[in-house]
Write a protein that binds this ligand. Structure first.
Ligand code: HEC
Length: 240
């Protein structure tokens, strides 16, 4: 028993140590049932991300249906080039060109929220800072020497790193705004949260239907319990 406890404590302390060493992540204000937020996120995604990243497990028509957007809106705001409503959402950038430009092919983002977690992506999109030594002039606190440019810089503004010495090496541990962008920091945080909310929906679109269904199931079970209880009383009336 003591041994088991010791092992448990050991793993617990390891987990603590791991989170100490890494960056502390801010929790992302994400609610996929806030359809307005998901819709805004879809719009930002189409304008700021789709040029490089696909979400190839999704069809435009499914997004339209789930987000209650009519065909006209879908065509006006999401369907670029020769994309059709029933197509999967793919980036127009050929992988070869991407590799030539960035050195890596930007990953498909269909399941990125499941792989990285919403908090990490929220932090990542907010953690770009100016670094003239990098090809696109930016680096990222959460993804050192990242190949992605800061595509949201005009909204956010420019940030400089907060450097601390971690285990003997100077490391960027945070960021500080040096010149403002088009949005206030609060507005920018909301924008990033909307993008992450959209990606969270994309990673598990069935959740939109499944969770509300769960409520009906619970109500059904409750009603059933009442009926069965009454029935039992009825049956046992004469025997008690
Ligand atoms: C100009 C091209 C380009 C655009 C536009 C772009 N990205 Fe990226 N993105 C990349 C590249 C290249 C990488 C790979 C970075 C690496 O591996 O160092 C990347 C990586 C990422 C990653 C990290 C994946 C991982 O697990 O490491 C996320 C998350 C991401 N992008 C999200 C976004 C979002 C959200 C947008 C829109 C707001 C966006 N990107 C717009 C090029 C782009």
């Amino acid at each position: 028993m003591n041994k088991a406890l010791a092992i448990l404590l050991y793993f617990f302390s390891l987990a603590c140590a791991a989170s100490e060493a890494g960056q502390r992540l801010e929790s992302a204000p994400v609610d996929i049932f806030d359809l307005e937020s998901v819709r805004r996120g879809a719009g930002y995604f189409a304008n700021y991300c789709l040029g490089c990243h696909g979400i190839k497990q999704m069809r435009y028509s499914r997004i339209g249906g789930d987000l209650k957007l009519n065909e006209e809106t879908m065509r006006a705001e999401f369907l670029f080039g020769d994309a059709k409503l029933h197509d999967y959402v793919r980036t127009a950038m050929p992988p070869k060109d991407a590799e030539a430009a960035f050195g890596v092919v930007p990953p498909d983002l269909s399941l990125i929220v499941r792989a990285r977690g919403a908090d990490w992506i929220y932090g990542y999109l907010k953690s770009f800072y100016v670094d003239p030594t990098r090809p696109f002039g930016v680096n990222n606190v959460l993804a050192k020497n990242v190949a992605m440019p800061n595509v949201l810089w005009d909204l956010q503004g420019a940030q400089e790193p907060i450097i601390k010495t971690v285990e003997g090496t100077p490391t960027a541990v945070g960021v500080r705004l040096t010149s403002p962008g088009k949005l206030t920091p609060q507005e920018f945080d909301r924008t990033v949260a909307d993008i992450v909310t959209f990606l969270a929906y994309v990673a598990e679109p069935a959740k939109l239907q499944r969770l509300p269904l769960g409520k009906y199931v619970l109500v059904f079970l409750l009603v059933l319990t009442v009926i069965l209880y009454k029935l039992k009383k009825e049956y046992w009336k004469d025997i008690d």
